[in-house]
Design a protein around this ligand. Structure first.
Ligand code: COA
Ligand code: AMP
Length: 618
C-alpha cells in the first residue's frame, strides 16, 4: 500500500525501518548501521551536509543545473548560479573561514540580508563542519549581542547594509554596537560591502569579503558525525533569553530530503521558492538546505510581497523563473489581497507552471485560503510546524497522496509525527476537544535534539510537562478524520506577520522604563499581520506623564532593544492590570477580550473593573 494512511502507519509502527529507508536518499561517508539510539538518529554515521547539497549533484553531472536564482527588486538584480558556480563560491568561502581559524565544531554568526553570500556563508560553514548561527536582520543590536555572547563565534559574517523598501538599513553600525555590548570577542568580522551603504572597516578586526574570498584557496568537505550540530537558530521563548535551537547534520539531511518529495511533491530540477528570510527556520530549511539537498533550483528573493514595486511582484517571480512550488506566510497573501483584491496583478502573468501554494508560520484564516485558491486555481496548502521541528509536523503530503482540504486545518500529522492532544492532566482528549498539542517521543529526524548549551532548559521547556511527549506550545484539536486544527499558542509567544516574538521579552524591556510600575503585553488580532503586540502599562505612583508621550518612549525602547520586527506600536496606560487576589496577571482573560471571545472574570479576580478598563482601551 502506498496511500497516505499506510505510509503514516509504517512511520509510527516501524520508525527505524522507515527512516533507514529515507536515509538512502543521502550520501554518507559512513552509512548508518544504527538508526536510533537514546532519541538520537543515525548515531554511528558520518556525512557532510554541504557535500549532499552541492558536490554530489555536480559529481552526478548536474553542475550546469541552476542551483540558486537571486531576484532582488530592491536593487534591480536577477542573477543565477549553477550548482558548479555555487560550489566554487562556497568552497572558496570555506577556505577563507578555515584560514581565519574556523574548524569543525566552531561557531560562526551570520548577520546578513537576503543576498547570495548569506546562503554561501551557511553552506561554507557546513562544508567545514562548523556551526552557523544566522541572526535575522530585523533584530536590534542588543539582540545580536545576546546571540553573539551565547554562541561565542570565532568569526562573524555580515554585510554593510540591508535594503527595506522605505530605507537602507545600515547593518555595520548595528554589528559594531552589538560587539561593543557583547562580552565575547570574535577573532574577525568579514563584511560584504554593498554599494547602497559601504561601511567603514575596523583595522585589524574587519575584512572586506570580496577581496578576502578572492584570495582564498578552496576547501574540501569535512565529514562529521550525523549527530554533530549543523546550526543553531535562536528563537523566541517565554522569557527575554532566546532559545538556541540546535539542528544536527544527519537527521536534518534525511528529513529535509524526504520532505521535499513527500510533503512538497518537488522533483530534482524543479524551481522551489520559499518567500521567507534566511534568518528564520523557513529560510534555513526551504530556501537553503531542502531544495539544494533535493537538487532543485531555489529562489532567493530580496523584496516584499507588496511595494517592490507592486502587489504583482510574487507573480512576476513565479512567471519569470518558472516556479513550481511557492511557500510563504499567510500575511504575505493578505498583504497582496489588501492591495489587489480582485487579483488583477496576478492575471498579468503566466502562472501555468505553479502547481502548489504552501502557507505556514501562522494560522491560515479561511478568507485568505479561499481568496488564494480562487485566484490561483491550484491547491493552497496550509501546513504547521515550528523552528524546533525544522520541517512540517502537519501537512497535506501531496507527494504521497493529496487528501481533501479542510479550510482552517493544516490537514493530518506528517509521517514520523505521533501527534496527541492532551488535557491538563496528560490524558488524551477525544476528537473535537481542544488541548495541548504534543508529540509522542521519539521525535522524527530533523527535530531539535537539545538547546545550545542548555540541556536543562530543553527538558524543562519541552519534555517535562507531559512525560514521554514533546510539548509544541500550541493548542488545538483533532477531528474525527484525524485532521489537526491549531488554535494558537498556549504560552507567551505571538506571531506577528509570520515572525515569532515573545511578549515576555517585550515586558522585560518595558518594565525597565523608569516610570513603569508593571506591564502586560498581549497579542491582539490584526487583519494584516495576524497578531500585533499591545502593551498595557501601569505607571509608578507620582509619575505624572502624558500617556501619548509614554507610548512614544516605550515603542522607541522596544524598537531599540528588540528591533523593528517586533512591530510594537501601541502602549496603553491603565490604572491597574487585571489580577487574581494572589497577584497573577490574568493574561488569558486579557487575550480573550482582545480577540473578541466571550470571557468571564474568574472568581479569584481582585478588581473586576480592571477588565473593563482593558476592554475599553481596545
Ligand atoms: N531587516 C531590517 N528591518 C526589517 C527586516 C529586515 N530583514 N524585516 C522587516 N524589517 C522591519 C520593517 O522595515 C518594518 O520597519 P518599520 O517599522 O520601520 O516599517 C518592521 O521591521 C516591521 O516589519 P513587518 O512587520 O514585516 O512590516 P513591513 O511593513 O515591512 O511588511 C509585510 C509587511 C506583510 C509585507 C511583511 O511582513 C511580509 O512580507 N510578511 C511575510 C512574512 C514572512 O515572510 N515570514 C517568514 C516566515 S514564513
Ligand atoms: P516559528 O518557530 O517561527 O516557525 O513559529 C512557530 C509557531 O508559528 C507555531 O508554534 C505556531 O504557533 C505558529 N504556526 C506556524 N505555522 C502555523 C500554521 N500553519 N497554523 C497555525 N499556526 C502556525
Amino acid at each position: 500500500m502506498s496511500g497516505f494512511d499506510a505510509v503514516y502507519r509504517r512511520s509510527i509502527d516501524e520508525p527505524e525501518r522507515f527512516w533507514a529507508e529515507a536515509a538512502t536518499g543521502i550520501d554518507w561517508e559512513v552509512a548508518p548501521a544504527t538508526v536510533l539510539r537514546d532519541g538520537r538518529w543515525f548515531p554511528d554515521a558520518r556525512l557532510n551536509t554541504c557535500f549532499n547539497a552541492l558536490d554530489r549533484h555536480v559529481e552526478a553531472g548536474h553542475g550546469d543545473r541552476t542551483a540558486l536564482i537571486y531576484d532582488s527588486p530592491v536593487t534591480g538584480t536577477v542573477r543565477a548560479y549553477t550548482y558548479a558556480e555555487l560550489l566554487d563560491e562556497v568552497a572558496r568561502t570555506a577556505g577563507l573561514l578555515r584560514d581565519l581559524g574556523v574548524g569543525t565544531g566552531d561557531t560562526v554568526v551570520i548577520y546578513m540580508p537576503m543576498v547570495p553570500e548569506a546562503v554561501i556563508a551557511m553552506l561554507a560553514c557546513a562544508r567545514l563542519g562548523a556551526v552557523h548561527s544566522v541572526v535575522f536582520g530585523g533584530f536590534a543590536a542588543s539582540e545580536l549581542a545576546v546571540r553573539i555572547d551565547h554562541a561565542r563565534p570565532v568569526v562573524v559574517l555580515s554585510a554593510s547594509c540591508g535594503i527595506e523598501p522605505s530605507r537602507v538599513v545600515a547593518y555595520k553600525p548595528l554589528l559594531d554596537a552589538a560587539l561593543e555590548e557583547a562580552a565575547h570577542r570574535p577573532g574577525r568580522c568579514v563584511i560584504l560591502q554593498r554599494p547602497q551603504a559601504p561601511a567603514a572597516l575596523v583595522e585589524g578586526r574587519d575584512l572586506d569579503w570580496a577581496s578576502a574570498v578572492r584570495d582564498a584557496e578552496p576547501a574540501g568537505c569535512v565529514a562529521v558525525a550525523a549527530t554533530d550540530p549543523l546550526y543553531i537558530l535562536y528563537t523566541s521563548g517565554t522569557t527575554g533569553a532566546p532559545k538556541g535551537v540546535v539542528r544536527d547534520n544527519g537527521g536534518h539531511a534525511v528529513a529535509l530530503h524526504w520532505s521535499m518529495s513527500h510533503v512538497y511533491g518537488a522533483a530534482p530540477g524543479e524551481v522551489f521558492w520559499a518567500a521567507s528570510d534566511v534568518g528564520w527556520v523557513v529560510g534555513h530549511s526551504y530556501i537553503v538546505y531542502g531544495p539544494l539537498l533535493a537538487g532543485c533550483t531555489t529562489v532567493l528573493y530580496e523584496g516584499k510581497p507588496v511595494g517592490t514595486p507592486d502587489p504583482g511582484s510574487f507573480w512576476r517571480v513565479v512567471a519569470m523563473h518558472g516556479v513550481r512550488t511557492l511557500f510563504t506566510a499567510p500575511t504575505a497573501i493578505r498583504a497582496i489581497k489588501k492591495e489587489d483584491p480582485s487579483g488583477n496583478f496576478a492575471r498579468k502573468w503566466d502562472l501555468s507552471m505553479l502547481r502548489y501554494l504552501f502557507l505556514a508560520g501562522e494560522r491560515l484564516d479561511p478568507d485568505t485560503y479561499h481568496w488564494a485558491s480562487d485566484l490561483l486555481g491550484i491547491p493552497v496548502i496550509d501546513h504547521w510546524w515550528q523552528t524546533e521541528s525544522g520541517w512540517p509536523i502537519a501537512a497535506n503530503c501531496v507527494g504521497i497522496e493529496a487528501l481533501p482540504i479542510k479550510p482552517g486545518s493544516p490537514t493530518r500529522p506528517v509521517p514520523g509525527y505521533d501527534v496527541r492532544i492532551l488535557d491538563s492532566s496528560g490524558q488524551e482528549c477525544p476528537p473535537g476537544t481542544e488541548g495541548a498539542v504534543a508529540i509522542r517521543l521519539p521525535l522524527p529526524p530533523g527535530n531539535l535534539p537539545t538547546l545550545f548549551r542548555d540541556e536543562a532548559r530543553f527538558t524543562e521547556s519541552y519534555l517535562s510537562r507531559f512525560p514521554g511527549h514533546y510539548l509544541t506550545g500550541d493548542g488545538g484539536y483533532l477531528d474525527d478524520d484525524g485532521y489537526l486544527y491549531v488554535m494558537g499558542r498556549i504560552d507567551d509567544v505571538i506571531n506577528v506577520a509570520g515572525h515569532r516574538l515573545s511578549t515576555g521579552q517585550m515586558e522585560e524591556v518595558i518594565a525597565a522604563h523608569p516610570d513603569v510600575a508593571e506591564c502586560a503585553v498581549i497579542g491582539v488580532a490584526d487583519e494584516l499581520r495576524g497578531q500585533l503586540p499591545v502593551g498595557f502599562v501601569v505607571l509608578k505612583a507620582g509619575a505624572d506623564r502624558d500617556p501619548a508621550e509614554v507610548e512614544r518612549e516605550l515603542t522607541a525602547l522596544v524598537r531599540e532593544r528588540i528591533g523593528p520586527v517586533a512591530a510594537f506600536r501601541r502602549a496603553v496606560v491603565v490604572g491597574r492590570l487585571p489580577k487574581t487576589r494572589s497577584g497573577k496577571i490574568l493574561r488569558g482573560t486579557m487575550r480573550d477580550i482582545a480577540d473578541g471571545r466571550d470571557y468571564r472574570a474568574p472568581s479569584t479576580i481582585e478588581d473586576p473593573a480592571a477588565l473593563t478598563e482593558i476592554a475599553d482601551a481596545l
